[in-house]
Design a binder for this molecule. Structure first.
Ligand code: NAD
Length: 378
């Protein structure tokens, strides 16, 4: 490069550094404003996630960005990232307490992964939270006698036997569980306790930074008017509540969790047995394979007991896996017999079944892949 070009490049880079500095100042101002919004929302008990406001704001900014020649997708990407940051910060401000008269909240298994998330959220909302852990059952009568809300958050394989022990709860105490399966825990809660009963299934793991936009499925048990405040409290935390019938929930989880985790487990097992060089695999990865490795690898960084419990939790899972295996074998037969035509026909049938969703999923995955590519560590 000539000296003149070098000078020109240096000047342009200095100008970019200057703009970046201004961007940082602006971001600091925006985050400070959002913190003020958080304070106001907390006092007023307004949910931290407001989907309509978010959609309207993004629409406006996209239009303004297009006029300025910045591009709608770019500004939406930047704003979504900023909003995510804001949700994380807003939760530290605390939340309005919707039921200040409530007696103690007792979380059974409250030092576990999910129990800790709920303990923190309830404490940030001003409730008096106590934990009943495995070595504390000798104090259970004292702990439970003043409970206004009891949340069961123990390993799945212990859940039913622990619920069955809760024979002495105060009549008006709300009994809730967080189990990943719903029909059996709900039936046991209804049998052991005559007061209000609610089943919850948080569709997220403990590594979330905030509950904003996280889905929590709920199954009504008994006296739903007595726990509406709790559902509203959870909405204030930003979570999206979805009502489900317990049996329907468990049926859907066969695909959403059972199949998902089991096929991931088998793929991980296959990789381990094939024993490829991971560094090389990462070097050669396409963005989608990189994402796949991340999705498979993350399973094995988590609790084997939890996944064993989810996978082994229902006979429906085993039936579903057998049907999947049969389809795998059919596809393999097609491959072994060189039936290319059969493969293309089957591909088109599935494509028709997905219909408009396949285009929607193509668009969504494009964004995901770009983000995965931007943030790759190697
Ligand atoms: P975890 O193993 O991290 O926590 C369980 C807690 O229960 C531990 O603190 C343990 O000491 C305690 N415990 C064990 N035996 C006990 C006993 N006899 N009495 C009292 N406490 C006892 O498990 P987790 O991942 O937090 O899961 C808890 C519940 O949350 C499960 O029902 C699970 O299905 C559900 N859940 C978990 C996740 C997740 O990603 N972790 C997501 C959704 C739902």
């Amino acid at each position: 490069m000539s000296e003149k070009s070098c000078d020109a490049l240096d000047k342009l880079r200095d100008a970019i550094d200057d703009v970046d500095g201004k961007l940082i100042d602006l971001l600091a101002k925006r985050l400070a404003l959002v913190a003020d919004v958080g304070e106001v929302k907390s006092e007023a008990g307004v949910p931290i996630y407001a989907p309509e406001r978010e959609a309207i704001m993004l629409g406006k900014r996209r239009a303004e960005a297009e006029i300025a020649g910045v591009g709608g997708d770019l500004i939406e990407d930047i704003l979504r990232r900023l909003m995510r940051e804001s949700y994380h910060r807003e939760k530290d401000v605390g939340f309005k307490c919707l039921n200040p008269q409530l007696r103690d909240v007792v979380i059974i298994g409250g030092n576990g992964k999910l129990g800790t998330v709920f303990k923190r959220m309830l404490e940030l909302s001003g409730y008096n939270v106590k934990v009943l852990e495995k070595e504390q059952w000798d104090q259970s009568d004292a702990l439970l006698s003043n409970a206004g809300l009891v949340i069961v958050s123990v390993p799945i394989n212990l859940t039913l036997s622990i619920i069955d022990k809760l024979t002495n709860l105060p009549d008006d105490c709300i009994l809730v569980d967080l189990t990943s399966t719903k029909s059996k825990p709900l039936a046991h809660m209804l049998a052991v306790h005559q007061g209000p009963v609610l089943g919850l299934h948080p569709m997220f793991g403990p590594d979330i930074a905030s509950l904003a936009k996280q889905v929590i499925i709920y199954c009504d048990g008994r006296d739903s008017d007595k726990y509406q405040w709790l559902l509203e409290q959870i909405s204030i935390w930003g979570a999206k509540l979805t009502l489900a019938d317990a049996n329907e929930h468990d049926g859907a989880m066969t695909l959403v969790q059972g199949m998902r985790h089991f096929t991931t487990f088998v793929y991980g097992q296959h990789l381990a047995a094939e024993n490829p060089n991971m560094d090389k695999l990462l070097e050669y990865s396409s963005p989608i394979y990189r994402l796949e490795l991340a999705m498979v690898g993350r399973l094995f960084a988590q609790d084997s007991q939890l996944y064993a419990d989810i996978i082994f939790s229902s006979n429906e899972n085993t039936k579903m896996f057998s049907r999947y295996l049969a389809r795998f074998e059919m596809a393999n037969t097609m491959l072994l017999s060189g039936d290319r035509e059969g493969f293309i026909n089957a591909f088109q049938e599935v494509s028709q079944w997905f219909g408009d969703y396949s285009q929607q999923f193509l668009d969504e995955s494009k964004n995901l892949l770009m983000k995965a590519h931007d943030s790759r560590a190697v």
